[in-house]
Design a protein around this ligand. Structure first.
Ligand code: NDP
Length: 340
């Protein structure tokens, strides 16, 4: 009998295929033992392509497998809630994709279910694991830029053709740029600033990809509880803007270029009264690092990079931006008391 910790993949998804399978396999003592898809052929094809022992066509079947100790959930967003609740009932640890859910109540119910079941739950906000963002956080905490005052996030990209599906035409699946990209921006800002967003305004755009009332672009401003104002620009429709994040303080500015990405790339620059200084960073795979932290949390020797609570708080801000866009008004975020 294997002594490895067995993972079940809930969702034969692109992110599992392109990043997470390898990230899990990079962990010593962990193996992927089963994959569940709503479509039996897709499950079998995925398992065959990647050498996974078991392929099943239901979440219940995957959760009934005693070899599965932990699940990675990467289905479309409306399914996360019921799948996390089922996993918690089955006593499996849960690494869930963002956005955790479509509503705050659902996300809170997921956190509670995992807490009550005594399983670890975490959110796959990968950007916290980037060497660039970790270095920027460290420098901000050490006071290098003085008091942070403003942040700007540049995350307007072109949605790859192979992903131009439910994100563009299924509001019921949690499509749209805000739940896809803005939620990541907010999580990254919360990580960098060590502060929580309290107010949001925004305007959405449906330019030429999104349908059914969904946005494929957004500009938003968030106020954080430390006073920082953050400007966000997210899109599925822009091919050549490049990505970045900037934090401006009263003593200096940190500029991250090409850092809002899944890849271990990008650079950090510190600009202050003595000029512009390149900040060395040692890149590593974002997803593998995130899974490693999650594995440590399961073993009781560490904390996830983004906890379940982080997933809830970042979702709350994304929902506030969406609400602000739809209602054309400033939205105050709810006060949250979450015990993960
Ligand atoms: P996909 O569209 O690739 O997969 C979502 C679901 O679509 C799958 O679970 C699968 O259902 C179904 N599906 C897959 N292939 C096909 C097909 N050929 N025909 C019909 N249906 C298919 O989504 P993503 O991988 O892009 O996103 C999944 C989740 O991961 C989302 O929650 C998203 O927000 C998140 N995500 C997170 C990222 C991160 O960096 N943290 C990056 C990208 C996505 P079934 O499982 O039933 O087979």
């Amino acid at each position: 009998m294997s002594t490895s910790t067995g993972w079940g993949l809930i969702g034969a998804s692109t992110i599992a295929r392109q990043h997470m399978l390898a990230a899990i396999r990079a962990q010593a003592g962990h193996e992927v033992v089963s994959v569940a898809s709503s479509n039996a052929d897709r499950a079998r094809a995925f398992a065959a392509e990647f050498g996974i022992a078991s392929a099943v066509d239901s979440v219940d079947a995957l959760l009934a497998d005693p070899a599965v100790k932990v699940v990675y959930i990467s289905t479309t967003n409306e399914l996360h809630r019921q799948q996390v609740l089922a996993a918690a009932r089955a006593g499996k640890h849960v690494l869930c994709e963002k956005p955790l859910a479509l509503t705050l109540d659902d996300a809170l119910a997921m956190v509670k279910a995992c807490r009550d079941a005594g399983v670890v739950m975490a959110t796959n906000h990968h950007l916290r694991n980037a060497a660039t963002h970790r270095k920027m956080r460290e420098l901000i905490q050490s006071g290098v830029i003085g008091r942070p005052l403003f942040a700007r996030v540049f995350h307007a990209v072109y949605l790859p053709p192979n992903l131009q599906g439910w994100r563009l035409d299924k509001p019921q699946a949690g499509g749209g740029v805000i739940l896809d990209i803005t939620v990541h921006d907010v999580d990254t800002l919360r990580f960098l600033l060590g502060a929580e967003p309290v107010e949001a305004v925004g305007m959405g755009q449906s330019a030429y990809l999104a349908q059914q009332g969904l946005e494929d672009g957004v500009m938003a401003v968030l106020r954080f509880d430390n006073g920082v104002l953050a400007q966000l620009h997210d899109a599925f429709t822009v091919k050549h803007a490049g990505t970045g994040i900037e934090i401006h303080g009263d003593a200096g500015s940190l500029i991250g270029r090409d850092v809002m990405t899944q890849r271990p790339i990008g650079e950090v620059v510190l600009r202050n009264e003595s000029g512009e200084h390149a900040v060395p960073v040692h890149h590593e795979n974002l997803y593998a690092r995130g899974v490693a932290a999650f594995c440590a949390a399961m073993q009781g020797t560490g904390a996830p990079a983004a906890t379940a609570e982080d997933g809830v708080r970042s979702l709350a801000a994304a929902l506030a931006v969406a609400d602000a866009c739809h209602r054309g008004t400033l939205v105050r975020l709810p006060a949250l008391s979450i015990q993960g």
